[in-house]
Every structure is written in C-alpha cells, then in structure tokens.
Design a protein around this ligand. Structure first.
Ligand code: PEP
Ligand code: MG
Length: 837
C-alpha cells in the first residue's frame, strides 16, 4: 500500500453499501462534528483494520476502536449507531489498546443479528478525528467488499489548515456557561469561529461527550448547546492561553440584540381563529394593506448525474467566491451605516459559507458525479435537517440562514437575476424568506411581508424590525393556498393577516397608512426650511454621514450641513492606507455633495471599538482607555499631518470644519492648531478652516471653558461621553439599556459644556446618538445646544420637533432635570413635559 507518509489509501473495513456521512441517520455524525469520513451499512460480522497502524483507543463497550495510521491520521471505526447503549452485549474486541495492527487484520467481531435487532442502525462509520491535518477523498461510493480500496487520506496543504501548530505546545482548557439567548446559534457560533481564527492554536468546544472544532459553525451548532449550559473549551498551540481567554470571553458575552427589550413577544399561533383571518406571530409591528404576492423559492430540475468532476468543482468554487464577495459588500454597507444587527447576521453567513462541513459534503457529492447546484443544495438540505433534529426552536430557525445561502449560491450557479417581480406596496407571502430576500424586498418598496413558517427571533425578523417593515411569521401552510392578487390587511400589531377585509376595514387601514405617510411627507416638505423654535431660536439640524453618497442623501433630506463625517469609515474596505490625494478627493466629494452647507470632518478616530485593517494598532490591555482618537497623533504624527494636509486642500475652505476626537486637554488642541498653521503656510494658504473639539470624555466637558477659548466650536459625542461618565462599555450587551445619555450626570456635563462655550461666544453641537432621539431634543435645546447632527432619515422629524418647542420653557424645565436621580426619571419627565406626537 502506498504510504509516503502523507497520502494513504484505506481499504474497506467492512463489506456493504456505502453512504456519505451526510446521509447517516445520526445528527452528530451527519453534521461532520466528529470529523470527515464515510459510512458502510455492513453485511459481514467482522471489522478489519483499513491500514497498518497502532490501536490508540478501544471503547470499553467494544463497539468502537481508534487507530493511528502510520502517516499520523487518526481513524475512528464505529460499529452501528447508538451501540454504546448495548454495553458490550454482542461485541468481542479482538485487539488491545497500544497494539500494532496490520492492514486487513480483524479488529472486532459482533453478533450481526443480535446487534441489528437491538440498535438504532448497523450503519458503521470510518471517521478521521484529526481532520485539521487530513482530508478524506472517497475512491468509490458503490458497495465494497472487505479489503477493497475505499478512501484516500490526504494531508491538508499549508493554508488549508493552520499548519501543524496544533501539534505543538500544551493543551489548556476552561469551562464557561453559555449566556446566548437560545443557546449557541449561528451568530454566536460565527463569533466563536472568528475569535478562534485570530490565533494559531487549534480550539475545540466540548459539550457532554461530544466535541466540535471552533472553526466549524455547523459543527458547533450541531452540539445543540443550550442557554446556560456549561461547556468546555480546549486550545492547543503556542498561543493556547490567549486563545482560551478570548474564546471564554466570546462565549460568555451576550449579543447586543439579545438584551434589547424590543424583541416582540413570541406566542403560539392559533391558525383556526376566525374566518378569513390567518393568525401568526408578530415579527415586526405595523398595519398595512396591499395586494398579496406569492414568492417561490428556486426549484432545481432532476440531476441526470455523471458530470465532469473538475468542472463542477470549479463552478461551485467560483459561485461561492462570488457570493462571498456579495456578502462582503452587504457587510461593508452595514458597517458604514453602523447597523450592528445586519453586520452580525451577514458575518455569520460569511462564516457558514466557509464551513468545512457544508463544503466537504458538497464537494463529496460532486465527486460522485452530482452537478454543482445539486451538490450544494443537497449539502444545505442535510444540514437544515440536522438543525431541525436538534430539538431547539432557535437552531431550527437558523436553518433559514442556510437556505439563504442555498438560494444565493444557486442564483449565481443558475445565472438568475436577483430582482423580484413584485410591485411597490405589495404584501409578500412566502414559505419563509431569507435575510437577503428581505433586504432586497425592502429596497423594492414592498409594504409588508408574511411567512408560513419562521420565528420572531429569526434574522429576517430582526432585519424587518430594523427596516420598519411590518412582518408576520408562522401563519401556517394556509397562507400559501391564498390566491395571489387579492387585497389583504396585514395587521402585524395584532398578529393577523386579514384575507377578506371589508371595504370599511380597508378604508380604515388606508387612512391610518395615509396619515403616517402624510406625516412623513409633511416633515419632508418642511425639511428644507430652517428649524426655529416658537420663540425664535434657530437650531441647525445637520447629519452624521459616512460617505459622499450618504451626504447626498442627507442634502436631499434637508440637512443644514454635515455635523460629523467619521473619516475612519471612509476607507473601511481597504487593506492599504489611503494617500493624501485619495483622502482629499474623498473629503472634497462630501463637500461637493452638500451644496453651500458646512461640513464637519473629524480626524481619524481609531482605537477602542474602531479598528481598521490598514492601520493595525498594538494590542492594549484597555483599548478604550488607550491610544485612540487624537492620542494616535502622539505615536503616529505623520498620519495626522497627512490628513490635515488633505483637509487643507479642500475647497471652499470656509465650508470645511475640522473636528478633533477624544481631546482631554487644551494642549492637544493647541498642538493641532499649530500643525494646521504650519501646514497651511507650507501650502501658501491665507485661510484656515474652523477647528472644533469633541466633548466625549468628562475631562473635556469639565474643561469646556478653557477649550472654548481656543476652539471655534464644540461638538458633544454623547456615545463616548456616556461610556466614560457612567463607566459602562458602550458595546456591552448586558449594560446596553443603562448606557443612557439622558442620565442627569451627562446632562450636567452638557450644561457645563454649553456654559463654558458661551463664555467665549462659541456654539455647541451634539453629534452622538442622543441628537437623533426626539425625546431629548427639548432638553438639549434647553441646555444651550444649537446644532444637532442626526441620522439622515430623521432630519425632517427632528426639525418638526424643534418647531413645536419654546426654547425659554425648555431652558427652565431642563435646569430642573439636572436634579433628578436617574436617566429613567429624566425620560419620564420628558414624556410628561414634551409628549411625543
Ligand atoms: C460619540 O462618541 O458620541 C461620537 C459621535 O463618536 P463615535 O460614535 O464615532 O465614537
Ligand atoms: Mg466617540
């Protein structure tokens, strides 16, 4: 037998028909969590060694044995499914642990009839348990006789695996309780994988008596780890300790959306409630009417088989690359818009797309002659089945993410366009929509969506809520029997899809819809006029943007300017730093998009929660308290100079305002002013842009008066100001509800900032998220803020809010709010004094 210490051919240990692992009726083996391999439905009563090697483990109950082949591959030979429960009855092990065996040597004998009668299935497995180093390639998938060639075992190439690193160093392990709501589902599993990939060590997750490598999302989900379960993590390699700590942290940190209180209630639907009404579960609230349109999934024709293996492998590879690029674009988009939910969902999709369990099964089917599309589809179906069998609703819902990937890859393979044939204002009905379907439908202007299946905690539900798109799930199969084209009412607020609404009901819903639309139009129509309070105080409503495209959108929405351009997000998709000319062009594009309005451009603010691929920073013990924001200039002064030079070359300079992040003392400001002067002189400029300071740490707020003496304006970053004032991580999911910028301590700092600025005649803006909260508008105006930089879609609404306020009254009431005991008390008082419409 050829054995060049890398490649090895295994001979059949049993006689009988072969099955791919994916077709084994056992969720764990089928998921690949135990490793790559093959299954045989045995017709004989003896298990033989498939190669020369050493017996490294024999099961106490005699149903399984593990060999180490001479090339290092470790092979588990497992007779039957759930045969451990027979406690050795019917088995006789013929070898001992530590024995040397040769190819074709009998390893264990069993009583075929006795075992067959008492176990779930005789299907037996040959699995490589150190799959990080070796791969199995089947030689045949027909029936085999003992001793016939069965599998090629090939060492993984460098790059396919993280080298031989796992073989070195000690193994460390730790234990942790899973806090993720519903257990370890796709997004947390994807985060675990992402964390593991930062290290050279190999890491595994162990739950009960089962394990999965941390680089397989499917494998980890296959463990069916429930919420509050204790799991073990083991890491082996040179950086094992660091990997372990990072993994324990990831496993014990809840996702942001898991602690949000706005997840709708989940209740069992009652499908037989009322004539003409389907009862479902609200995934996103709202009341709309429109024509019902049915969306079908992609149907594949029969596959005749017998395809060229290399060609189909390449087709699948290319389609996967294409989809991976497409998801990458969606991700960047979400990142630039700070849309954390979208980011998390599509990061998980990217991880699933690279999952070895899915890929191996698909490529294995191709090797058997399947077409790429069918191979991919089959691999997904098997894993969906696995997820459904795990007995967790949440994991079963995640099958929808797999179906999403099936559709995306099939679309590419079949060359189908991704534009649904649905009219604007339609109510879309489907068996189940996928996250990317939802983004596409949202962009096509549908009024609402409803699904026969699905759950309120699914990714589609999260996205629908984020988009404000009314959505009902779990309406049952009856939904799919409805004639398309009929006008229905989707009353997601009350979990109902009304199939035969009366004319009166339709009028009522249309009126409510029209009122909301009218209000939006009303806000929009006045969005281009200045916002002035009833007693004549002008408040500038600017926009936070991340690109020139968003600036264009903000301008069209009536923004009085750009209140914050986060320059660190202009080049997020880059692996190399932008040079001076690229930066100048990008800044100029934003200025050009804003007509004659001012644009506040913040110098690069990396570090803490913001990381850039092209600007790796040294690891810090406390990154949010480390070299971030303006402090970066201490260690990389050339970066600041380059950015200032690019900014000084924009035109007209009087519309370009520069803002400095994370300032804590006056010297930082004076230093930048001095650099701005020197560089301006070098460039032969007579004019300098306005220079402002962000107030985002308590030190800056307390020093506002001194800063205002040298700054042209101050802009309050309430996101960081909350973090640093309340000593609560702004990204800490468990504290999210408490990091509230309406906390009286922050209001005091804002008041102090405004008072300090006023002493030098400077204006104060707010560019943190509090500016976009209409409940906070009167308080901020009352405390003296005169510019609010909000998210572009909210410009009209916030301007309208300002126009209904009396600044003098706001001032009186806001002063009293400083004495309240908590953020909750402030919010309550705001609702009382200035109710929202
Ligand atoms: C802030 O901290 O409020 C702010 C606007 O800056 P960023 O969110 O970019 O840190
Ligand atoms: Mg900040």
């Amino acid at each position: 037998m050829p054995n060049n210490n890398k490649e090895l051919t295994l001979s059949a240990p049993l006689s009988g028909p072969l099955l791919t692992l994916a077709n084994v009726p056992d969720a764990v083996f089928a998921s690949g969590a135990m490793g790559d391999g093959i299954a045989i439905d045995p017709l004989n009563d003896t298990l033989y060694a498939p190669c020369d090697g050493e017996v490294i483990h024999v099961a106490r109950t005699g149903h399984a044995v593990t060999l180490r082949a001479d090339n290092g591959a470790e092979l588990l030979l497992h007779l039957g499914l759930d045969t451990v429960e027979l406690q050795g009855d019917g088995f006789s092990m013929l070898v001992k642990q530590g024995a040397r065996v040769s190819n074709g040597q009998a390893l264990l004998r069993y009583d075929l009839d006795r075992v067959a009668l008492r176990c779930k299935s005789l299907v037996s497995l040959l699995v490589i348990t150190n799959g990080e180093r070796f791969q199995a390639r089947p030689i045949t998938l027909k029936a085999v006789k003992v001793g016939e060639p069965l599998l090629h075992i090939v060492a993984r190439a460098a790059g396919e695996t993280r080298s031989d690193e796992p073989q070195v160093g000690i193994e460390v392990s730790g234990q942790i309780r899973i806090v993720h709501r519903g257990g370890l589902h796709a997004r947390p599993a994807a985060l675990v994988r992402q964390t593991a990939q930062r290290f050279k060590s190999r890491s595994h997750l162990h739950f009960g008596d089962r394990s999965a490598p941390c680089d397989s999302v499917m494998g980890m989900m296959g463990l069916a780890i429930t919420e509050q379960a204790e799991v073990h993590v083991s890491c082996r390699g040179s950086d094992a300790e660091a990997a372990l700590q990072a993994l324990l942290k990831t496993l014990s940190t809840a996702l942001a959306e898991e602690v949000h209180a706005d997840t709708p209630r989940v209740q069992a639907p009652n499908h037989a409630a009322e004539d003409g009404v389907l009862q479902g579960v609200c995934a996103a609230p709202g009341l709309v009417t429109g024509p019902l349109v049915r969306l079908e999934g992609i149907q594949l024709p029969e596959d005749p088989g017998g395809h060229d293996v290399e060609e189909q492998r390449q087709r699948l590879r290319q389609a996967l690359e294409q989809v991976s690029r497409d998801i990458g674009v969606t991700l960047e988009n979400a990142k630039a818009r700070h849309h954390a939910d979208e980011q998390a969902i599509f990061s998980a999709h990217l991880a699933l797309l690279e999952d070895p369990v899915l890929l191996d099964a698909a490529y294995l089917s191709i090797d058997q002659g399947c077409a790429a599309a069918h191979a991919w589809s089959r691999s997904i179906d098997v894993q969906c089945q696995v997820l459904r069998q795990l007995g967790s609703t949440l994991l079963a819902e995640r099958a929808n993410d797999l179906r999403d990937l099936r559709q995306r890859v099939l679309r590419v393979l079949l060359g189908e366009a991704w534009q649904f044939d649905v009219p604007v204002g339609a109510i879309v009905a489907a068996q189940e929509l996928t996250p990317s379907d939802l983004l596409q439908l949202g962009a096509q202007g549908v009024a609402g969506v409803c699904m026969a299946e699905g759950g309120a905690t699914s990714h589609v539900a999260i996205l629908a809520r984020g988009k404000g798109l009314p959505c009902l799930v779990a309406l049952g199969e009856a939904l799919l029997e409805q004639a398309p084209g009929r006008t229905v009412v989707l009353d997601a607020d009350n979990d109902r899809l009304e199939l035969t609404p009366s004319a009166e009901r339709l009028t009522q819903v249309r009126q409510a819809q029209a009122q909301r639309a009218a209000l939006r139009t009303w806000h929009q129509s006045l969005a281009h006029t200045p916002a002035r309070t009833v007693d004549g105080v002008d408040v500038e409503i600017a926009a936070n943007v991340a690109s020139s495209a968003e600036a264009g959108e903000a301008f069209a929405n009536g923004a009085d300017g750009v209140g914050l351009l986060r320059t660190e997000f202009l080049f997020v998709d880059r692996h190399t730093a932008p040079d001076e000319s690229e930066q100048r062009q990008a800044y100029q594009a934003v200025l050009d998009a804003m007509g004659d309005r001012p644009v506040i451009i913040r110098t690069i603010d990396v570090g803490g929660d913001k990381q850039l691929d092209y600007l790796p920073l040294p690891a810090e013990a406390n990154p949010v308290l480390g070299l971030r924001g303006i402090r970066l200039a201490q260690v990389r002064p050339e970066l600041l100079d380059q950015q200032l030079r690019a900014l000084l070359q924009t035109r007209p300079l009087n519309r370009c305002r520069i803002l400095l992040p994370m300032v804590t003392e006056v010297d930082e400001l004076l230093h930048v002013r001095q650099r701005l002067d020197a560089l301006g002189t070098e460039l032969g400029l007579g004019e300098r842009p306005h220079l402002g300071v962000m107030i985002e740490v308590p030190a800056a707020a307390l020093l506002a008066e001194q800063l205002a003496e040298h700054a042209d304006f101050l802009s309050i970053g309430t996101n960081d100001l909350s973090q640093y004032t309340l000593a609560m991580d702004r990204d800490h999911a468990g504290l999210a509800a408490r990091v509230d910028a309406l906390h009286p301590s922050l209001l005091r700092l804002i008041a102090q900032t405004c008072a300090g600025a006023a002493r030098h005649g400077r204006w104060v803006g707010v560019c943190g998220a509090l500016a976009s909260d209409p409940l906070a508008t009167p308080v901020l105006i009352g405390l003296g803020v005169r510019e609010l930089s909000v998210s572009p879609p909210q410009i009209g609404e916030i301007k309208d809010r300002v126009r209904h306020l009396d600044a003098a009254q706001c001032r009186r009431i806001s002063t009293d709010l400083l004495n309240l005991p908590s953020a909750a008390a402030v919010r309550q008082a705001c609702h009382q004094h200035w109710p929202l419409g």
